[in-house]
Design a protein around this ligand. Structure first.
Ligand code: MN
Length: 257
């Protein structure tokens, strides 16, 4: 059978499930908070135009305001100064937005230590168990952080020393960008870098290294616990904002059952 009829048959039979990895967008969707004097992004807001009333008797519709980096979203290379000559979000080739997902579960480590950092050895251990990272694929870091997504304070987990959320070490970010065959790196947290990454050398190494190498970031995902370590197909669909540094994205996974 040709590939697409086989896929459609598997979907109809329930042999392939579509799992939504996207956080719902609303005014309570958590957003990054940077300290003064740095600029901050907007929370998502709906602005009602009409709702079956004098402003539009048979129809309901809204405008909305949002940041490019609000909710589940893609970071395009141009988001970071190291990728300033790279693609904006509308220029990302669509073929790169569909690919295999490798899911690394660090939820136990992140539960024990909110500042947990993924190291190269963790990825090597995953590869020893599951095979090499997939060419043109997405490495997704499961931390259990999606359970906090209903509460901005718990999600950002900040105290007097700044935010405490899991991420990636400098060495591992460099390795992922320079040695790994991945298209992108995805997380459940508000950004691909750890909460404490403002103090790393260099700061925000995931952004610096991965976006500088033309890879993509994917944030604020949920339901990674419903994916196998390998074998799922990721479909990443960011809004094609012309000139945009990133964009809200619907992210789906096709999972064999
Ligand atoms: Mn971002």
């Amino acid at each position: 059978m040709a590939a697409l009829p086989a896929l459609l048959a598997a979907l109809a039979a329930g042999d392939v499930e579509v799992v939504d990895l996207t956080a719902p967008l609303s005014a309570s969707t958590p957003v990054l908070r940077l300290p003064e004097p740095l600029a901050n992004t907007a929370t998502f807001q709906l602005h009602e135009l009409s709702r079956y009333d004098d402003r539009g008797p048979a129809w309901y519709w809204n405008d909305f305001t949002t940041g490019e980096h609000t909710g589940t979203h893609l970071d395009a290379p141009v988001h970071w100064v190291t990728g300033r000559d790279g693609e904006d979000v509308a220029q990302v080739p669509p073929a790169r937005l569909v690919g295999p997902a490798a899911v690394l579960d660090a939820s136990a480590q992140a539960a024990a230590d909110p500042d947990f950092l993924l190291e190269v050895d963790d990825v090597r251990a995953w590869e020893a168990a599951h095979g090499p990272l997939p060419q043109g694929g997405w490495l997704l870091l499961r931390t259990g952080w999606d359970a906090r997504a209903g509460d901005q304070a718990a999600f950002l987990n900040a105290d007097a020393t700044g935010p405490h959320t899991p991420g990636v070490s400098v060495d591992c970010a460099r390795w992922l960008a320079r040695e790994a065959p991945i298209t992108g790196f995805g997380v459940e947290t508000v950004g691909t870098d750890a909460g404490a990454a403002h103090g790393f050398d260099p700061p925000f190494p995931c952004h610096q290294e991965l976006l500088g190498a033309g890879r993509y970031g994917l944030t604020q995902m949920r339901n990674l616990d419903r994916l196998p370590p390998t074998g799922a197909v990721l479909v990443v669909a960011p809004l094609p904002i012309v000139g945009g540094s990133g964009g809200p994205a619907r992210v789906l996974a096709l999972v064999e059952r």
